[in-house]
Design a protein around this ligand. Sequence first.
Ligand code: BG6
Length: 480
Amino acid sequence: MTNFPKDFLWGGAVAANQCEGAYQVDSKGLSLVDILPDAKQGRWDALMHPKAAAQKTYDFYPSHESIDFYHTYEQDLEMMAEMGFKVFRTSISWPRIFPNGDDAQPNEAGLAFYDKLFQKCRDLGMEPLVTINHFDTPLALMEKYNGWADRRLIDLYLRYCDVILHRYHKLVKYWLTFNEINMILHIPFLGGGMDVSDLSAKEALQTKYQAAHHQLVASAKAVKMAHEIDSDIKMGCMLAAGEVYPNTPAPADVLAALQANREGYFFIDVQARGYYPNYAKAFFKANDLHIEMTDADLAALKETVDFVSFSYYASRLVSADPEVAAEKGEANVFNSLKNPYLPTSSWGWQTDGVGLRITMNNVWDRYQKPLFVVENGLGEKDELTADHKVHDAYRIAYLKENIDQMGQAIADGVVCWGYTSWGCIDLVSASTGETAKRYGYIYVDRDNNGQGTNARYRKDSFYWYKDVIANNGVTEPIKA
Ligand code: BG6
């Protein structure tokens, strides 16, 4: 028995900046990620102080070659089709299309690459699901405007949208305006192409919410533009989700969890409902933030998304008690305590399948718009055996738990269009720059220093997921 509808879109997700490599091929401009070193050379520090990082020279930049998907996409997509993928999520690299972000003309060579990529998806029977901006703003826009802190980014983004929506609308039906739009509050460089490191805490908060406003307006205008270009297009928003639990039943902890959940939902409240929620206005007032928004902005926000997508890796845990809160667990950009009921990965990320069911129910209850789970997965170390096998039972266990719980959420009444697990082929980690933090069904022979043959091998999870798709979400294959 399956809980999944028969047209459920099973597949996997990547992002251009983490797999394409070819960082200067065919006139691509520099992207934000192209100045980031690996973890050993201080990637986190570079993420927090990007203007300083841009002046430095590092020995190794993981994004420059990455897994070279730009040149291997045909064989990689064929392996995904072999698993039975019905959807493939990737992003367009903005600096491949506008190398500096504000060029007079788009770069035809960059556009031609995505013609081929999306056509190949179609030929293999996969729907492309395309993120317009996934941590991949042209670096020049940080240097010239401090990224989304500047209102002019709205029009530059819309020019880019105009070009790609016109060019690809016949090949691409599903689009996301911004990856993990709430990331701008946590890593303003990746989320907003800006450096706030020289600002006071209050100024930084003001800048981040002003930039968020610019993105929300840009997103709503892109939704309108897409619908005008092609009424078949489905436009989605994308949240870095994960229900925040209270550490105890103490009312103060429950209130802290409510507030932490709102920090993320704020973005989707605007994108899915079309206006700023009252609690956001109260938050701005309480923190003495003054967000410039015109009447035309507020009118533009009324154009809402067709579906709500999100990434989900784990739930989070907060406490109102400052002493307890100081014991924050390691890893992850989100402030979370360690939940004693949950297992932890080698990178300190906790895993919680039931949390996916809870998150899906809450997002559905809140918006009543179809959901799309566009990221989920386990980043772990894998070992390639001498005969080129990878026995990743731990990954299968994680995915089974999450997929089963997604099925339960659908049985609860949640409407969900599809599931694209993260990093379906091993790629470069966004937070650490490592390739050894592997999420894929397909192993890529490349290490953290960029060494290896770059050959692809099928992991045990490859065959397992193929069965899951063939059986429409039944995680223990039905034997005849
Ligand atoms: C999400 C991002 O935050 O999590 C991806 O949308 C990212 O780009 C993924 O890769 C997993 O995070 P990490 O740091 O393990 O790569």
